[in-house]
Write a protein that binds this ligand. Structure first.
Ligand code: G4P
Length: 531
């Protein structure tokens, strides 16, 4: 195969995506099942088991051990039916942070995972908003159908009303007297009836595949269930029309699937559609120019930097999403922001956080580079002249605290530390008018970012700091005439601060004050991500 053909075919088989969900919707379980079906693991349950085993011995991060959770996000790469899947991890529990949002910028599509009893929840809504802004194709997977949940028609209506996206059910649950027994695939026009196994979903689910008109279907699922299914399908076909792939690609309609990650029911029909519909690596823009993914020259951008908390190993890992061309060990690229050349050596790829060296990687892949502080989030790395991908936005923090340093002699170190950590994207730093004489305010999407901040200030900058929580819950960057901005800053329930680039923001004490400002502000515009 010629190098050019190889490049195109390697890129064409890549699917780089993320799962967005609220904690406990079943992301870990579904991830395992994707690995199971992809053949990357043989018995589901092993990722969790391995995670537990590693905690006993891991020296990766002191904090991680102390807390027993994963701060390090990983990229799971596995093959499925000839495709190379890159599943970007989106930390969602206590480790929900700005990184979770940033990771979505590196993905080409997302799977929105919902609990069949809870539908759209707070974190789903926030992550969805980020995908929406990027007009990213979004799949919906309604999970936990093995136990009774909200009526599927109502669930779909709620998702449409809450998120303002059209939902097109591709599979539909078959609910027998004993519960969930299968799904009807509306695109392939076939019913999958699953066999329950006694192994708690550790292995793939076997299924019978039948046409809706098949006479043996009534025997398998029962006549009432079949009637209900036929009625519902008729209803769906009546309102839905055909699935509009172009609208899906623009992020306007979401194909929906019903299933149970726990028992594996519905996972395979979902995967099959996912592979047909999910986009291959999407070409990214540099200014007004679109950089084709299959141009030979390497380009990519840094979307996340993971500091190593172990004081013995100060190196950091910068995660780079490759946008065009291919990576080869030892190649030279330029950091467009700093103008510096750097050699891309020995990057690591991650399989459930076990590092293996990568010799080659292609557009759509993510590589982890060792970095000693020269890279920042949003940096473009290019072997192709002055390509510069639009940066990664700053997202509104939800937690705020004032930094206090008991030792006044460490103030300079604190300033340096805060500046560097904010440039790196670990935390956001805000200042009030100098006249107020108050210490800086830090903002974070997830509280864990504060713990990381304190840990790193102490171990990297020798600053023992204290954080005094402030009762603010949201921030909006504000654009408009200065007097109007200052006036808003004096209103109750909000405060005017400035970010590290001196851009003004309003921080709000509650969602109510935020809504009020959005409703009443006439002369100014409020932005959820930095303009
Ligand atoms: P998360 O990563 O999104 O936070 O969710 P996770 O997969 O850890 O799942 C959260 C809980 O929901 C787990 O139960 C898991 O077993 C359960 N779950 C996931 N998928 C399904 C499903 O399809 N059906 C049902 N009924 N339950 C599901 P747990 O009791 O918290 O943990 P575990 O002891 O089962 O591991």
């Amino acid at each position: 195969m010629s190098p050019v053909t190889r490049l195109s075919s390697e890129i064409a088989r890549r699917r780089t995506f993320a799962i967005i969900s609220h904690p406990d919707a079943g992301k870990t379980t579904l991830t395992e099942k994707l690995l199971l079906y992809g053949g990357a693991i043989h018995l589901a349950g092993s990722v969790k088991a391995r995670r537990a085993a590693r905690h006993a011995t891991s020296d990766w991060m002191q904090m991680e051990q102390e807390r027993g959770i994963s701060i390090t996000s990983s990229v799971l790469q596995f093959d499925y039916a000839g495709f190379r899947m890159n599943l970007l991890d989106t930390p969602g529990h206590q480790d929900f942070s700005e990184d979770t949002y940033r990771t979505l910028v590196a993905a080409d599509s997302a799977v929105m995972l919902l609990d069949n009893r809870r539908g759209v929840e707070a974190q789903t809504r926030k992550l969805f908003a980020v995908c929406r802004r990027r007009r990213m194709p979004i799949f919906t997977f309604v999970n936990k159908c093995d136990r009774p949940g909200e009526d599927p028609l109502k669930l779909i209506d709620d998702v449409e009303a809450e998120l303002g996206i059209r939902v097109y059910p591709v599979t539909w649950p078959v609910l027998g007297p004993g519960g969930f027994v299968g799904v009807y695939d509306r695109v392939h026009r076939e019913v999958h009836v699953f066999e329950r196994r006694g192994d708690h979903g550790q292995t793939r689910a076997d299924s019978h595949v039948l046409a809706l008109a098949d006479p043996s279907l009534a025997e398998l699922v029962g006549a009432p269930a079949l009637q209900r299914l036929r009625d519902e399908i008729e209803l769906l076909d009546g309102v839905g029309g055909e699935f509009d792939e172009a609208a899906f690609a623009r992020g306007e309609v979401s194909p929906a699937f019903f299933g149970s990650a726990l028992t594996n029911f519905g996972v395979e029909p979902f995967l099959r559609s996912f592979l047909t519909l999910a986009p291959e690596p999407v070409a990214r823009e540099s200014g007004d120019v679109v950089v084709p993914t299959d141009q030979p020259a390497f380009t990519g951008f840094v979307f996340k930097i993971q500091a190593n908390m172990d004081p013995k190993h100060r190196d950091r890992i910068a995660f780079v999403r490759i946008c065009s061309g291919s990576y080869e060990s030892g190649m030279m690229v330029r950091n467009i922001r700093s103008g510096r050349e750097l050699r891309l050596a020995a990057p690591a790829q991650f399989m459930a956080r076990e590092r293996t060296l990568v010799e080659e990687a292609w557009a759509g892949d993510v590589i982890g580079l060792h970095d000693r502080g020269s890279l920042r989030i949003g940096d473009t790395l290019s072997a192709d002249g002055d390509v510069a991908f639009s940066g990664i936005p700053r997202f509104s923090p939800e937690h705020f605290a004032r930094v206090a340093v008991p030792d006044p002699l460490r103030r300079k170190h604190l300033d340096t530390g805060l500046r560097q950590l904010s440039e790196e994207g670990a935390v956001q730093v805000f200042y009030e008018d100098a006249a107020a004489g108050l210490g800086p305010i830090v903002g974070a999407v997830g509280k864990l970012q504060f713990d990381v901040l304190l840990h790193r200030l102490e171990h990297e900058y020798g600053v023992i700091a204290r954080l005094e929580p402030l009762g603010y819950v949201a921030a909006r960057w504000v654009e408009g005439p200065e007097p109007a901005i200052r006036q808003l800053g004096r209103d109750p329930g909000q405060r005017l601060v400035f970010d590290a680039k001196r851009r003004p923001l309003l921080i709000f004490e509650s969602e109510w004050w935020l809504r009020r400002a959005l409703d009443t502000a006439k002369e100014v515009t409020l932005h959820e991500v930095a303009p």
